[in-house]
Design a protein around this ligand. Structure first.
Ligand SMILES: C[S@@+](CC[C@H](N)C(=O)[O-])C[C@H]1O[C@@H](n2cnc3c(N)ncnc32)[C@H](O)[C@@H]1O
Length: 244
């Protein structure tokens, strides 16, 4: 097949994918998609340059806006958090962790970790975030990287019958309330045989009860990129953990 023909087939496939995805898109989701594209830039300046993401960076107007001026409430999906960056790097470099497995990414935000899991050969990947705008950002980012993701806005915390092999938690220990729920839930899931992968830069709430602490195992520590350190003042490294 000539290079030109290959390019045309590829474009037709992409158009078909977009068409199918748009058919199921509500007007609200289409509006979010438009606003996300307008307010972000496509960025790969992070620990996983093989993944492109719609992010708010210094080049964007929103970077300099106050929260009152921002049209999105808590646009966590517009940043690639240190905990998420290290999990993605870890998955891309250790594909056996998710290869041929069923993966759930809780608090997926931009869905970078989900995209890394898909690139590493996971059978299915569900990107889960209770923020509907994050779910639209996940769809756009999946398209940008040509990977297929299931996307869910359900609240899975407390669910005990989850049928996944690996559960990813990228940088979710940012509040005490959330951390308390997460620790209880994750230890239970682990006891039921699920593999848990957590990425965290050493946040204050990343601290389970003393008797559970010995079950936390550090798999790998990474130095963060310069821009990530600047964005997350006080953190220069982040680590991937599992629970045994
Ligand atoms: C700090 S961001 C991390 C995003 C991404 N994992 C990363 O590392 O770049 C945390 C995300 O968790 C989401 N979140 C908070 N509570 C949640 C819940 N109960 N279930 C699913 N997502 C939740 C937020 O909407 C937010 O997008």
């Amino acid at each position: 097949m000539s290079a030109q023909l290959k390019k045309t087939v590829h474009l037709l496939l992409l158009q078909k994918l977009n068409y199918n995805q748009l058919r199921y898109c509500t007007a609200k989701e289409k509006d979010y998609a438009r606003k996300i594209k307008e307010s972000t830039v496509v960025c790969s300046n992070h620990l996983t340059p093989e993944i492109k993401l719609h992010l708010i960076t210094e080049q964007c107007k929103l970077w300099y806006s106050t929260s009152d001026e921002c049209e999105f409430e808590d646009p966590f999906w517009a940043f690639y958090w240190p905990g998420g960056q290290v999990i993605s790097r870890f998955l891309l470099d250790n594909q056996n962790q998710v290869n041929k497995k069923k993966v759930l990414d809780i608090g997926s935000g931009s869905a970078a970790c989900s995209i890394a899991a898909a690139m590493a050969g996971a059978n299915t990947v569900t990107a889960n975030d209770i923020d509907l705008v994050a779910c639209v950002a996940a769809t756009l980012n999946a398209q940008l990287n040509n990977v297929k993701l299931e996307i869910s806005s359900d609240n899975f915390l407390f669910s005990e019958g989850l049928q996944y092999d690996v559960i990813i938690i990228g940088d979710m220990f940012y509040s005490k309330e959330l951390a308390d729920v997460l620790w209880k839930w994750l230890f239970k899931l682990c006891d039921k045989g699920q593999t848990i992968l957590i990425g965290d830069p050493g946040r204050h709430c990343f601290q389970p009860d003393q008797n559970l602490q010995k079950r936390l195992i550090k798999l790998k520590e990474y130095n963060l990129t310069e821009n990530c350190c600047l964005e997350n003042r006080g953190f220069s490294t982040a680590s991937v953990w599992t629970i045994n």
